[in-house]
Design a protein around this ligand. Structure first.
Ligand code: ACO
Length: 388
């Protein structure tokens, strides 16, 4: 049988059908179901959009209220699991909140008996999905606080998801403008096509495994810097530009300093974190949205970021005029999160708080199609004629 050779990285190959959304790389556009995603981020709430991913349509006010109550109840995590989260977070010196979350989710799967999706009905999967997604911010907040010697906070039942997340991490109720900025980021990052983590989650779901297993796989794929693990590195890059400019650098100097910095990084063979995208061939609409959000919040880092973005894009275009690259979602994400008081090691976890809703929707969609995803590989090793 002759195999079809796929493009490296499976680029531009469609491997599934989905009703959840799509990314149109040439247009710089993505959508959730029938709605432009950045418009939802500008005008809707995280809970409404979460409902859309669970039910495939927007809720009426009564449904939204019931859904919101369900989420608020589900975010309370069992004391035994919180104790375990504490132990996990305190083991070792290096802080790795996403790895801690994976470990806790695995424990949760056994503790709360999440069975194989192969055996469960749609309603059980839906309920389990809401439960898990609602617990993720509580668990991540607890591992973060444990790592810093702090007790977990008790979830409040008067906060929406963004407010709950900020409270779970910082222990304080955030000002409304910061909670709204984080909420817009969360809405904009729920789903984004067949990226590495979503694909991973769907492959695991296609085996009939349990939901936490699929989410743990997705989290693993998500932890790498080429996918979800870049917003802290993008902010490190801004710090490097500021350090290079020295204390007297004015916003007008940032462009020149940023260009020099970016050229040196490229010459050293390094990637500029927060720039480039596998699918967008034009601007990443999430980056435009988050620039707006950052500018709405204001602050000295925002001005630096706007100038630095322009400089880096120019240098990337100089280096590859045939293939311009722009700021991706991660560039302004770091600026927004920093401005809202989230520590750097919680940037990628913040992304996970929203993306877990998208992964879950993908996993549940995949579990309806009872076929395993099982591609092939072309053997290119030595001829098979060696005596054993
Ligand atoms: N800095 C320097 N060079 C880059 C960058 C960058 N940010 N992005 C792409 N390139 C280079 C690639 O190395 C490649 O070079 P080559 O042709 O010599 O091998 C060339 O540009 C073309 O790459 P693309 O096809 O545009 O991008 P690809 O699909 O391979 O990678 C990726 C996309 C991984 C996002 C890449 O742009 C990158 O590494 N960016 C930096 C890391 C980052 O910001 N990650 C977060 C992504 S957003 C998200 O996942 C949520």
């Amino acid at each position: 049988m002759t195999l079809i050779d796929a493009a490296p990285g499976l680029a531009d190959i469609s491997v599934a059908r989905t009703e959840l959304g799509d990314v149109r790389g040439d247009e710089g556009f993505y959508h959730y179901g029938p709605y432009p995603a950045t418009e939802l981020a500008r005008s809707s709430t995280f809970e409404r959009v979460w409902f859309l991913f669970v039910h495939g349509r927007m809720p009426d006010p009564g449904e939204l209220d019931a859904f919101t109550q369900e989420i608020r109840r589900a975010r309370v995590v069992d004391a035994q699991i919180l104790d375990f989260a504490h132990t996990v977070a305190r083991s070792g010196d290096r802080r790795r909140p996403l790895a801690d979350l994976r470990t806790v989710l695995s424990a949760l799967a056994a503790h709360q008996e999440f069975g194989p999706m192969w055996d469960s009905d749609e309603e059980t999967r839906r309920r389990d999905g809401i439960r898990l997604c609602a617990m993720v911010p509580t668990i991540l907040g607890a591992v973060h606080r444990a790592a810093h010697g702090l007790a977990p906070v008790t979830p409040r039942d008067d906060l929406d998801t963004a407010g709950h997340w900020l409270h779970a991490v910082t222990g304080a109720v955030a000002p409304a403008d910061e909670a709204r900025a984080v909420e817009q980021y969360l809405i904009a990052t729920i789903e984004h096509g067949f990226n590495a983590s979503t694909f991973t989650a769907r492959v695991i779901a296609s085996t009939g495994a349990d939901l936490p297993a699929a989410l743990c796989g997705a989290l693993g794929a998500f932890s790498g810097p080429l996918h979800g693990g870049a917003p802290d590195r993008a902010l490190d890059a801004l710090d490097a530009i500021v350090a290079r400019g020295g204390p007297g650098m004015t916003p007008a100097d940032v462009g020149g300093v940023g260009r020099d910095w970016a050229r040196d990084e490229l010459d050293a063979g390094r990637r500029l974190m927060g720039f480039g995208h596998a699918v967008y061939r034009t601007r990443d609409p999430r980056s435009d949205l988050l620039r707006e959000v950052a500018q709405g919040l204001g602050g000295p880092m925002v001005e630096v970021a706007v100038e630095a973005e322009r400089a880096v894009v120019e240098v990337l275009a100089e280096a590859r005029p045939d293939r311009p690259r722009y700021a991706n979602v991660e560039f302004y994400a770091g600026v927004v999160m920093d401005r809202c008081g989230l520590p750097r090691d919680m940037f990628t976890p913040t992304f996970a708080v929203s993306r877990v809703v998208g992964w879950t929707a993908n996993v549940i969609e995949q579990s309806r199609d009872r076929h395993i995803i099982r591609p092939r590989a072309t053997y290119v090793g030595p001829p098979v004629d060696q005596p054993v």
